[in-house]
Design a protein around this ligand. Structure first.
Ligand SMILES: Cc1cc2nc3c(=O)[nH]c(=O)nc-3n(C[C@H](O)[C@H](O)[C@H](O)COP(=O)(O)OP(=O)(O)OC[C@H]3O[C@@H](n4cnc5c(N)ncnc54)[C@H](O)[C@@H]3O)c2cc1C
Length: 542
């Protein structure tokens, strides 16, 4: 297959704004200066990323995690981090081209972590000893060390799998100037799990700030930003998460009273009583619940197909492949049934859900992957025309077009293990749990698919392991995931589980950032929870 070439876009200038003293004023001062410097560079024709520590949540409404604001019309991409300034500086300092801090004192705190040629801007106070200020207010270089090696200089990237994960990866890579070549075994893109007609994305509120919750809520924000690109794939109806019993409702009320794990901004999540919940969704729900006004329904197959079109990807369907790295050229080759090379590129992303490990000669266990089959019952909605939102809780109910409603879903380990009547009965129980009454419904067929779910429920995002090299290594004690050998140019985005819509796009952006040498957009601790080698490291340690 020949694919059009495109040149990789140059690395952007990374401006990092780090206000370390508490107070909105300090944040605004530092941010305003960083914004000014970023815009100057933008006017001079540079591509710019501005990362700002926002521990008080001035711009992010106080929810810990990371908020991503994608490039506006001006082309300036701004990322706000709601993490403590010291941690932010640790995580981003090494990546800064220009670091903006308040004063000499603040510079002292972050200086030890500067490992690149970084120019510093001190917003107030005198010029620190050892620095010269130039006309723009930027100070001399702090240290000179070569920039960390950055990946994917070449323009083309192979993507194996054209479901949501593959489409998200293709779109995120195209945004960064790469040309995706997407290969899928199915008869069309999004013909497996992502064939789902309608699914929900919402923050899945939790009382603890676990990595799962961090990734889900950051993912929903990223997903909401994607809406403007493919509006036809989104239904902005909000999602109502109804408490499954009186105990859960009491627990949620108590958590909100105590501000645990932190107060959510109302535009993202609000706990509502039963009457308000019923008015919002248009049906007599049995209890109150979480109202997520910014969340909604997505048509995954439509979204995946549109994103592939918009990314300008070359797409090859009906082509099951496995990957092999040609030692002489260093290129990854997608080999078809007869061993013929269907496509090749220096970098490859495996996004083939549960089949991913086999695509590059490894096993599911190496990535902690399990299979969870699921069915959704399709119903004629004789009594549900008043339903205005998506309903979730113990299961979910979504109104589809043309008089159908979807209710479900089943969770069947390793394939179908319920009979069809049992699966429908399971799915229809959702009405008893969410509503006071069970409406008159006519059962039609199923939507069915298989979720690829890692044992810890977190997706797999990043560089993939080098099997042969790993087999040769002997470790004393449990190695850290980053100590395990990786294949050059081989990346993974799979194991999206039941939340591909909530966090898939963010994961693709995290991956594409890493592949193209962009600064990280999620905290290192969260990135570690996605590390592809996390299961193999545990096994290697015995
Ligand atoms: C019943 C059910 C309900 C769900 N509801 C929701 C929901 O409400 N919200 C939500 O966020 N998520 C939901 N999900 C999960 C969501 O559907 C998945 O997270 C998402 O679709 C996974 O996308 P994917 O691209 O990883 O996998 P897939 O869509 O399965 O794509 C993998 C692709 O890889 C291809 N492939 C495999 N092997 C090869 C090979 N050797 N060569 C080439 N191509 C190959 C396949 O053909 C396939 O197209 C639900 C899932 C199910 C089953």
């Amino acid at each position: 297959m020949t694919a059009p070439t495109s040149s990789a876009s140059p690395l952007p200038l990374h401006v990092v704004a780090c206000a370390s003293s508490p107070g909105v004023e300090a944040f605004e001062r530092v941010f305003a200066r960083a914004d000014e410097l970023a815009r100057q560079a933008l006017d001079a024709g540079r591509r710019v990323v501005l990362s700002a520590a926002d521990p008080l949540g001035v711009r992010t409404a106080g929810v810990p995690g990371v908020t991503v604001e994608e490039s506006g019309p001006s082309g300036l991409s701004v990322r706000f981090w709601t993490v403590p300034a010291a941690r932010f500086a640790r995580e981003l300092g090494a990546d800064a081209d220009i670091l903006v801090v308040e004063d000499v004192r603040a510079l002292g705190a972050v200086r030890p972590i500067l490992t690149r040629e970084t120019r510093v801007c001190v917003v107030s106070g005198e010029v620190p000893p050892g620095f010269e200020a130039d006309a723009s207010g930027l100070l001399g270089t702090t240290r000179t060390r070569p920039a960390a090696a950055r990946a994917t200089e070449g323009g083309e990237v192979l993507v194996i799998g054209a479901g949501l994960a593959g489409a998200f990866a293709a779109a995120a890579l195209a945004d960064r100037g790469r040309h995706p070549i997407v290969v899928d075994a199915g008869r069309a893109p999004a013909s497996e799990a992502s064939a789902l007609y309608s699914g929900l994305f919402h923050p899945h509120w939790q009382a603890s700030d676990s990595p799962v919750f961090q990734l889900t809520r950051a993912g929903c924000r990223a997903m909401a930003a994607l809406r403007s690109r493919v509006p036809e794939a989104f239904v902005d109806c909000g999602v109502l998460d109804v408490a499954s019993d009186a105990d859960e409702w009491a627990h949620w009320c108590e958590a909100v009273r105590q501000g645990v794990p932190f107060p959510m901004p109302e535009r993202e999540a609000r706990l509502v009583g039963r009457d308000e919940a019923a008015a919002l969704c248009g049906l007599p729900v049995s209890r109150g619940g979480w109202w997520f006004p910014g969340s909604g329904i997505v048509h995954p197959s439509l979204l995946a197909r549109r994103l592939l079109e918009l990314s300008g990807a070359s797409v090859l369907v009906h082509t099951p492949v496995r990957l092999r790295r040609d030692a002489a050229s260093g290129l990854w080759e997608a080999l078809g049934a007869e061993g013929s090379v269907m496509a090749r590129a220096r970098h490859a992303v495996v996004a083939a859900a549960g089949a991913s490990p086999e695509v590059f000669g490894m096993k599911r266990e190496d990535y902690g992957l399990t299979r969870l089959y699921g069915r959704i019952s399709l119903l004629r909605d004789t009594d549900l025309p008043t339903l205005k939102t998506a309903l979730t809780g113990a299961g979910y109910v979504v109104r589809l077009d043309e008089g159908f409603t979807a209710a479900g879903a089943t969770y069947e380990p390793d394939g179908p293990n319920l009979s069809a009547p049992e699966a429908h009965a399971h799915n229809l129980e959702v009405f008893e749990r969410l509503l006071d009454e069970r409406p008159e419904l006519l059962v039609g067929g199923f939507y069915e698919g298989e979720r690829a779910v890692p044992l810890d429920r977190m997706p797999v995002v990043g560089r993939l392991l080098a099997r042969e090299e790993l087999d040769k290594r002997v470790f004393r004690g449990r190695p850290a995931p980053e100590e395990l050998p990786v294949e050059p140019g081989l990346w993974g985005l799979f194991g999206l589980g039941s939340r591909g819509l909530s966090w898939g796009w963010l994961c693709a952006e995290v991956l594409a950032d890493a592949m193209t040498g962009l600064p990280p957009r999620i905290p290192a601790s969260l990135a570690a929870a996605l590390h592809p080698a996390r299961f193999a490291a545990r096994r290697a340690g015995g």
